[in-house]
Design a protein around this ligand. Structure first.
Ligand code: SAH
Ligand code: SF4
Length: 406
């Protein structure tokens, strides 16, 4: 099977182009087609010589995700259901700007990305694991979610504003013209990702997604190598151009991988799906806790926090009568203080077929107040998108059920 072009870093492409005897500026031209124009086929790449395009076609695939459903209106939370080449379904959720839920405040959008088809970890309250685990996503399938959303947005603006289509075509035509201009641009391409790459290389004005949360379907750290390579591409100034501080990886608590992540050169933000502050509660709802109990998990988080010197977020989904008891407050506040972490309280989103409920607003508020009284830094998320099956895994599950019935 051919490697996909969107799974390749600039260094890898440069090595291949060198082997083909192609000058380095051709790599910059190719990257611009992939990550600025989000080209869907080789033919569009009109400033690359035909012989090079033929070489590329025989060496790499150029796949794209197929949008099969989208829920939610513009300016609200929108959910995308994608079909992959093997017909598996995955989801991404686009969340409009809200004040600094994860990372820094943004005037643009956060994209919630999936990393696996299904999930093997079987948390009792979660829709993603209900149909089990099917496979890891490839690098290009992770990168492709961000690109496909950008492409969808670009197509939308062109439909809504035909004038901008003309302008963008003109811009495309311009970039096809002088090779010298592109060559200059190639020499300006920063080589490595950074916490906040400057959008100077390519115009990022048209970009919609400014933040990523790796919180869609699947356990990201169980697909470690593909995830890290995809994030390297999405972070790189020649690729997605999204700063590492604007990328948050969420895990249910894979201890060895949390330690490994702490030792990586690129510093991503980390969110831990805690959902219980004692082993008794956590064992009831998250099977992973039997393998890596709280003592080991908090030690790994402490290592991450000390090594990275940065704040961890503790996700705590409030489920009525399960983990919303005030007995959780003291141990939860103690973990948060020790890890210098922020607690993000999330009211549970109902999942069809599961018995769990979200607590009343009054109990949610009481839980928050009690935590604050224990000097924990905490926020209560007012869920966006609960009404469109935005909780992870739900849209896919429902669609697969409908497809199976039809
Ligand atoms: N597997 C990773 C990332 C995906 S889940 C993890 O568990 O962290 C993303 C977040 O959504 C997790 O915190 C998860 O516990 C939470 N979640 C799952 N089902 C939910 C539901 N029905 N309502 C609210 N949050 C949910
Ligand atoms: Fe998997 Fe995360 Fe859902 Fe648990 S909460 S089943 S780890 S996706």
């Amino acid at each position: 099977m051919l490697a996909d072009i969107r799974s390749q870093t600039a260094d890898e492409l440069e090595a291949q182009f060198r082997a083909w005897g192609q000058p380095a500026y051709r790599v910059a031209q190719l990257l611009e087609w992939l990550y600025v124009h989000r080209a869907a086929n080789w033919e569009t790449m009109s400033n690359l010589p035909k012989a090079l395009r033929d070489d590329l076609r025989s060496r790499y695939s150029l796949s794209a995700l197929v949008l099969i459903r989208k829920l939610g209106a513009r300016d609200t939370t929108q959910k995308f259901l994608w079909r992959l080449t093997d017909h598996s379904l995955i989801e991404s959720v686009l969340i409009p700007a809200s004040p600094a839920l994860y990372g820094e405040a943004s005037d643009r959008h956060t994209l919630c990305v999936s990393t696996q088809v299904g999930c093997a970890y079987g948390c009792k309250f979660c829709a993603s694991g209900l149909a089990g685990w099917k496979r890891n996503l490839s690098v290009e399938e992770i990168v492709g979610q961000a690109l496909a959303v950008e492409r969808w947005n670009q197509d939308q603006s062109e439909v809504q504003c035909p004038k901008s289509k003309v302008q963008s075509q003109e811009a495309g035509a311009e970039s096809q013209e002088p090779e010298s201009g592109v060559r200059n641009q190639a020499s300006r391409i920063p080589r490595h990702g950074s916490p906040d790459p400057q959008p100077s290389t390519f115009s990022s004005q048209a970009r919609l997604v400014s933040n990523l949360v790796i919180m869609g379907m699947g356990e990201p750290l169980a697909n470690y190598d593909h995830l890290l390579k995809a994030l390297k591409i999405l972070n790189a100034p020649w690729g997605g151009g999204i700063g590492a501080r604007k990328i948050t990886i969420s895990t249910s608590g894979l201890v060895p991988q949390i330690r490994r992540l702490a030792d990586e050169p690129i510093q991503f933000r980390l969110a831990i799906s805690l959902h219980g502050a004692t082993d008794t509660i956590r064992n009831q709802i998250m099977p992973i806790n039997r393998k890596y109990p709280l003592r080991e998990l908090t030690a790994a988080c402490e290592y991450y926090q000390q090594k990275r010197g940065r704040m961890i977020t503790l996700e705590y989904v409030l489920i009525a009568g399960v983990n919303d008891g005030l007995d959780q407050i003291k141990p939860l506040a103690a973990i948060a203080r020790r890890l210098k972490a922020k607690v993000n309280l999330i009211p549970y989103n109902r999942v069809e077929g599961l018995p769990w409920e979200r607590p009343s607003e009054a109990s949610q508020e009481a839980f928050l107040k009690a935590l604050e009284k224990q000097k924990a830094n905490a926020t209560l998320r007012r869920e966006k998108g609960g009404d469109i099956d935005a909780a992870c895994g739900q849209l896919r599950l429902r669609t697969e059920r409908v497809l199976a019935e039809s």
